[in-house]
Design a protein around this ligand. Structure first.
Ligand SMILES: [Zn+2]
Length: 115
Protein backbone atom coordinates (compact mmCIF):
# COMPACT_ATOMS: atom_id res chain seq x y z
CA UNK A 1 0.00 0.00 0.00
CA UNK A 2 1.40 3.38 -0.98
CA UNK A 3 0.59 6.54 0.92
CA UNK A 4 -2.13 8.57 -0.83
CA UNK A 5 -0.40 11.73 0.43
CA UNK A 6 3.34 11.23 -0.25
CA UNK A 7 3.45 7.91 -2.20
CA UNK A 8 5.82 6.25 0.28
CA UNK A 9 5.26 2.68 1.47
CA UNK A 10 2.89 2.45 4.41
CA UNK A 11 3.13 -0.03 7.26
CA UNK A 12 0.29 -1.98 8.83
CA UNK A 13 -0.68 -0.95 12.33
CA UNK A 14 -3.69 -2.83 13.68
CA UNK A 15 -6.60 -2.09 11.37
CA UNK A 16 -4.86 0.81 9.64
CA UNK A 17 -2.07 1.59 7.21
CA UNK A 18 0.23 4.22 8.65
CA UNK A 19 2.71 6.28 6.64
CA UNK A 20 6.08 6.48 8.39
CA UNK A 21 6.92 9.69 6.53
CA UNK A 22 3.89 11.95 6.77
CA UNK A 23 1.79 10.10 9.35
CA UNK A 24 -1.24 9.62 7.10
CA UNK A 25 -3.52 6.88 8.36
CA UNK A 26 -5.77 4.85 6.07
CA UNK A 27 -8.26 2.26 7.27
CA UNK A 28 -7.38 -1.21 6.08
CA UNK A 29 -10.05 -2.53 3.71
CA UNK A 30 -11.96 -5.02 5.81
CA UNK A 31 -11.51 -8.03 3.56
CA UNK A 32 -12.13 -10.43 6.40
CA UNK A 33 -15.69 -9.13 6.62
CA UNK A 34 -16.46 -10.45 3.18
CA UNK A 35 -15.34 -13.92 4.07
CA UNK A 36 -17.81 -15.85 6.12
CA UNK A 37 -16.03 -17.86 8.79
CA UNK A 38 -16.33 -21.65 8.63
CA UNK A 39 -18.20 -21.60 11.93
CA UNK A 40 -21.03 -19.47 10.51
CA UNK A 41 -21.07 -21.48 7.28
CA UNK A 42 -21.75 -24.63 9.32
CA UNK A 43 -24.35 -22.86 11.46
CA UNK A 44 -26.17 -21.70 8.34
CA UNK A 45 -25.97 -25.17 6.82
CA UNK A 46 -27.18 -27.04 9.90
CA UNK A 47 -29.73 -24.42 10.98
CA UNK A 48 -30.99 -22.65 7.84
CA UNK A 49 -33.30 -20.51 9.97
CA UNK A 50 -30.26 -19.11 11.80
CA UNK A 51 -28.72 -18.41 8.40
CA UNK A 52 -31.77 -16.37 7.38
CA UNK A 53 -31.58 -14.43 10.67
CA UNK A 54 -27.89 -13.71 10.04
CA UNK A 55 -28.77 -12.62 6.50
CA UNK A 56 -31.18 -9.97 7.79
CA UNK A 57 -28.68 -8.96 10.46
CA UNK A 58 -25.85 -8.45 7.96
CA UNK A 59 -27.87 -7.37 4.90
CA UNK A 60 -27.13 -3.65 5.33
CA UNK A 61 -23.82 -3.75 7.16
CA UNK A 62 -22.09 -6.54 5.24
CA UNK A 63 -23.88 -7.44 1.98
CA UNK A 64 -21.22 -9.90 0.77
CA UNK A 65 -21.33 -11.94 3.96
CA UNK A 66 -25.14 -11.73 4.03
CA UNK A 67 -25.30 -13.07 0.46
CA UNK A 68 -23.02 -16.01 1.29
CA UNK A 69 -24.99 -16.95 4.40
CA UNK A 70 -28.26 -16.71 2.43
CA UNK A 71 -26.90 -18.95 -0.32
CA UNK A 72 -25.77 -21.61 2.17
CA UNK A 73 -29.10 -21.47 4.02
CA UNK A 74 -31.07 -21.87 0.79
CA UNK A 75 -28.92 -24.79 -0.37
CA UNK A 76 -29.37 -26.44 3.02
CA UNK A 77 -33.12 -25.79 3.11
CA UNK A 78 -33.77 -26.92 -0.48
CA UNK A 79 -31.45 -29.92 0.01
CA UNK A 80 -33.34 -30.83 3.19
CA UNK A 81 -36.69 -30.54 1.41
CA UNK A 82 -35.50 -32.71 -1.49
CA UNK A 83 -34.28 -35.38 0.95
CA UNK A 84 -37.60 -35.20 2.84
CA UNK A 85 -39.58 -35.58 -0.41
CA UNK A 86 -37.40 -38.55 -1.47
CA UNK A 87 -38.01 -40.09 1.98
CA UNK A 88 -41.77 -39.66 1.68
CA UNK A 89 -41.78 -41.09 -1.87
CA UNK A 90 -39.67 -44.09 -0.79
CA UNK A 91 -41.92 -44.68 2.24
CA UNK A 92 -45.00 -44.45 -0.01
CA UNK A 93 -43.58 -46.83 -2.63
CA UNK A 94 -42.62 -49.32 0.12
CA UNK A 95 -46.10 -49.02 1.62
CA UNK A 96 -47.96 -49.75 -1.64
CA UNK A 97 -45.65 -52.75 -2.01
CA UNK A 98 -46.66 -54.06 1.38
CA UNK A 99 -43.86 -52.72 3.56
CA UNK A 100 -45.15 -50.32 6.17
CA UNK A 101 -42.07 -48.42 7.24
CA UNK A 102 -44.01 -46.89 10.11
CA UNK A 103 -45.05 -50.28 11.44
CA UNK A 104 -43.06 -50.78 14.62
CA UNK A 105 -43.48 -54.56 14.64
CA UNK A 106 -41.80 -54.73 11.25
CA UNK A 107 -38.90 -52.69 12.60
CA UNK A 108 -38.67 -54.88 15.71
CA UNK A 109 -38.78 -58.02 13.54
CA UNK A 110 -36.10 -56.57 11.36
CA UNK A 111 -33.83 -55.76 14.30
CA UNK A 112 -34.44 -59.02 16.19
CA UNK A 113 -34.43 -61.53 13.32
CA UNK A 114 -32.20 -60.10 10.68
CA UNK A 115 -29.23 -59.44 12.93
ZN1 LIG B 1 2.81 9.62 3.56
Amino acid sequence: MTCPNCKNQMRVEGNEYVCSYCGTRVNKPQQSNNILSDKYQWYAFIFPLLGFILYFKWRNTDPAKAKTVLKISLVSLIGGLIIAVIGIVVAYVLKINGYDVLDNSLMINFITYKF
